[in-house]
Design a protein around this ligand. Structure first.
Ligand code: NAP
Length: 228
C-alpha cells in the first residue's frame, strides 16, 4: 500500500530534502508551501528527478489556509498518512530585543502551525487507524540541552509540549514524535553548519515511516532519544 506524506515548508531546506527522501522511499508526497511559485518549482524539481510529488498551497500561520488545504486534499481523495511539521522561522534576538511581532510569528509558525495541522489531519488518521506525525523541533527548545534564542526557544518548547499532548490523545497505530535535525546548512542554520540536509532528514524519515512497534511521544536526534 502506497502511503502519502505531507511536508510543511517543503519548498527548501530540510523540508525539500524530506520530500525527496520520503518520495524516494516510495511514498506519495504532498509538498506543502505557502508561496505557490516557489512550491510548484520545488515540486517540479523533484518530479524531474522521477519522484511522485505534488504541490499544495499551505501557510501554517493562517488557519483558513490549513483548513482549505485539508479540504482540497479530502475532496481529491488524498489521505495524509504521515504529517511532517517542518515549516519554521528562527528569530535570533534576545528576550529584551526581540519584537513582539517576531515573537508572535515564532509562535504562529512553530507552535500554532503544527497545532492547526494536527487538528486538520490527525482525526482522520485516528479514523483510519494509521498515522505518523513528525514535529521538527530543535535542541534549542530543550531544557536539557540548553535553550536557544528567546522566541524560538519558547516556540519549540511549546511544540515539544504539543507533541506530548497529541501523542497522549492518539490510539491505534498512530505515532506522534518530535525530532531535532541537528545544526544544518540551510537559511536557518547558515552556511557554516556542520550537517547536510541529507543527514538532517534521516531521523525525520525514520519517524515518518516507523513500524507499528515504534515509539510514540518521544524526542529524537540521530534516531536516539534526547532530553526535553
Ligand atoms: P529554512 O531553509 O529557512 O526553511 C524554512 C521553511 O519554513 C521554508 O520552506 C519556509 O517557506 C517555511 N515557512 C516559514 N514560514 C511558513 C509559513 N507560515 N507557512 C508555511 N511555511 C513556512 O530552514 P530549515 O533549516 O530547513 O528549517 C526547517 C525546520 O528545521 C524548522 O522547523 C527549524 O526550526 C528546524 N531546525 C533547523 C535547524 C538548522 O540548523 N537548520 C536546527 C534545528 C531545527 P518560505 O520559503 O516560503 O519562507
Amino acid at each position: 500500500m502506497t502511503r502519502t506524506a505531507l511536508v510543511t515548508g517543503g519548498n527548501r531546506g530540510i523540508g525539500l530534502e524530506a520530500c525527496r527522501q520520503l518520495a524516494g522511499a516510495g511514498m506519495n508526497v504532498v509538498l506543502a508551501a505557502r508561496d505557490p511559485e516557489r512550491g510548484e518549482q520545488a515540486a517540479q524539481e523533484l518530479r524531474d528527478e522521477g519522484l511522485d510529488v505534488a504541490y499544495e498551497r499551505l501557510d501554517v500561520a493562517d488557519s483558513l489556509s490549513v483548513e482549505e488545504c485539508a479540504r482540497r486534499l479530502a475532496d481529491a481523495g488524498t489521505e495524509v498518512d504521515a504529517l511532517v511539521n517542518n515549516a519554521g522561522v528562527y528569530p535570533t534576538e534576545g528576550v529584551f530585543s526581540v519584537s513582539e511581532e517576531a515573537f508572535e510569528m515564532a509562535l504562529e509558525v512553530n507552535t500554532l502551525g503544527p497545532f492547526r495541522t494536527c487538528r486538520a489531519f490527525v482525526p482522520m488518521m485516528l479514523q483510519r487507524g494509521y498515522g505518523r506525525v513528525v514535529n521538527v523541533s530543535s535542541g534549542g527548545g530543550s531544557f536539557g540541552e540548553g535553550l536557544g534564542p528567546a522566541a524560538y526557544a519558547v516556540s519549540k518548547v511549546a511544540l515539544n509540549a504539543l507533541t506530548v499532548k497529541v501523542s497522549q490523545a492518539v490510539r491505534g497505530d498512530v505515532k506522534v514524535n518530535a525530532m531535532c535535525p541537528g545544526w544544518v546548512r540551510t537559511d536557518i542554520g547558515g552556511s557554516g553548519a556542520p550537517r547536510s540536509t541529507e543527514e538532517a532528514a534521516d531521523t525525520l524519515v525514520w519517524l515518518a515511516t516507523l513500524s507499528e512497534d515504534g515509539p510514540n511521544g518521544g524526542f529524537f536526534r540521530d534516531r536516539e532519544p534526547i532530553p526535553w
